[in-house]
Every structure is written in C-alpha cells, then in structure tokens.
Design a protein around this ligand. Structure first.
Ligand SMILES: C[S@@+](CC[C@H](N)C(=O)[O-])C[C@H]1O[C@@H](n2cnc3c(N)ncnc32)[C@H](O)[C@@H]1O
Length: 276
C-alpha cells in the first residue's frame, strides 16, 4: 500500500476483497486528510485463474462495477485483450468526444493542467522455476537475500526497499525513491500457478530497457504489459512505442489495444514466448 498526499494505491492478491473496504478507505481519507471528494479511480486487474473461487463482489467484473458505481456513479468499465488473458479496468474518465476535444478538456479541468503521470504494469505468468525457487525459505534465508539473488534491487536504482518473504514461499516488495517514484512486486512461485506482478510510476521516455530487465529477472512464458500515461508525460511516448514492439526479444506480441481517455492514454499488449 502506498499513501501520498493525493493518492492511495492498494494492491492485493488471492481472495482478498479490496472493494469491500471502499467505504472505510473513503472515510479514512476524510478523517485523516480532509479529502471529501474523489478526483479519479483506477480499479484494474487481470482475469483470475479461477474466478469462481473469488468472494463476492470479485467473482465477476459486473458485480465489481456495480459496487464501484454505487460509490462513484458515472464510472466506465473496459475489458481489454482476449478472454483468458483479459485485463479489466474501471475508471471515472469518459471515453468520448473527439481527440481535439479531449486535448482541450485536459487543459480545462478546473483551469489547471493535469499532473504529468504514468504507470507501467507487467503481469507475468508461467515463470522459470529456477527463478521462482529463489522466493522460498528453503532457498533464501531472508527477503533481502531473495531481493539480491533475483536482481530486484537493480531493476530501478535508488529505491528504498521493504521486502517480505512468506513461509514456505511467496514474496512481496514495495520500493520508494526520493523523487516519489515507487515500484511494487508480488510473487507467487508455486509451479502450478506461478505469477509475478510488477508496477511502477517510473518516468521513462522508453520502457524497452526496463521491460528487458524485468523479463530477464523473471523469465515468464507469457506477460501482459499496460502503460497508463498522461499525453504530456514521458510515459506517453513509451506507451505508444509498445505498438511497434511486434516482437520483444524471444517474445511475440499476440494482442494489443490502445485507448484514448480524457487526460490519459492506455496501452495494453499481450506477449508470449516463441514456441521453442
Ligand atoms: C506474493 S504473496 C501475496 C502478496 C500480497 N499482495 C501481500 O502483499 O500481502 C502470494 C504468495 O505468497 C504465498 N503466501 C504464503 N503465506 C501467505 C500469506 N499469509 N498471505 C498471502 N500469501 C502468502 C502464497 O502461497 C503465494 O505464493
């Protein structure tokens, strides 16, 4: 979890029910920081491996949207990518109007120019068992050992890292840098359902080097990458650049989508390893 002056980022896993704490979170924001208005909401997740195993409202996206709408009224829901590897998003930004109108709207929101902002997420599955073995108590004495052995400490330099190694296996880390950049990685190493999520707001004109470092560290068979960026941010160029990555090293792009929201651009791409 990351809390800053204007933003609350909550990342969960397994059967956690994050939307059930919405009322409490909104109340806390009001009580502790005096925030009574929500400017925007981004609720996103990839398709669950076993949706029926989830607790309500997370057992289907429609129920999640219904609950979010009961709080925020005019949200918009999107599903990107093919059925089994799809990625869901709920946000308050309307996808409407012409591109010119959207540009103008971006400048006109309360007379302010929106803050430059970008987020990259890399959601990896079917990972190399040799790498996944690092994230168990049997092979790493401490979380810091696992962080170093996997090269997580080198992915984005300058991060202060808070890491945790679960027993018998599993790993989570949150990192923050002095400039406000964050990185968060969560690892499920069990071979039958191996999964790693990476997320950061690091500003970059190109994401290919970061992507290459993350892929070299975890060696997934398949991954989804999403880039969310304001059009003026460095990340916007990096997101558009994804369109040109038809192939990335040993991976081939099997799906890609691009959305233009008011104030944000979103790129989704799915990559799979070439058959060996
Ligand atoms: C990366 S963790 C989940 C991290 C979660 N987002 C968090 O920060 O609490 C998931 C992995 O940890 C393992 N694990 C072990 N004990 C756990 C626990 N008490 N809670 C959650 N995951 C646990 C799971 O088997 C799985 O491999």
């Amino acid at each position: 979890m990351f809390v800053s002056r204007r933003r609350w980022i909550l990342k969960t896993c397994g059967k956690t029910t994050p939307l059930r704490c919405l009322r409490a979170v909104l109340q806390l924001a009001q009580d502790t920081a005096g925030h009574s208005r929500v400017e925007n909401v981004f609720y996103s997740r990839r398709e669950f491996a076993r949706p029926a195993a989830q607790l309500k409202p997370h057992d289907n996206f429609d129920s999640e949207v219904e609950l979010l709408d009961s709080f925020f009224g005019d949200g918009r829901a999107y599903i990107m990518g093919p059925e089994k590897d799809c990625w869901y998003l709920y946000t308050l930004l309307p996808l409407e109007g012409t591109v010119d109108a959207l540009e103008k709207e971006q400048q006109d929101v309360s007379g302010e120019i929106l803050e430059s902002d970008q987020t990259i997420e890399i959601l990896m599955s079917d990972l190399d068992p040799a790498v996944m073995n690092i994230f168990s108590r049997a092979n790493s004495a401490t979380a810091a050992d696992a962080t170093r052995a996997s090269g997580i400490d080198k992915l984005i330099p300058g991060m202060v890292i808070d890491d945790y190694l679960f027993d018998p296996c599993g790993y989570s880390m949150n990192g923050v840098a002095k400039d406000g950049c964050y990185m968060t990685i969560h690892i499920t190493p069990e071979p039958q359902c191996s999964y790693v999520s990476f997320e950061s707001n690091v500003s970059a004109a190109r994401y290919d080097e970061l992507l290459a470092r993350v892929l070299a560290a975890f060696r997934p068979d398949k991954f989804i990458v999403t880039v969310f960026a304001t059009p003026d941010s460095e990340g916007a160029g990096a997101g558009r650049q994804l369109k040109r990555f038809g192939a990335l090293g040993e991976y081939t792009q099997t799906d890609a989508q691009h959305c233009r929201f008011s104030g944000y651009e979103l790129h989704y791409a799915l990559y799979c390893k070439f058959p060996s």
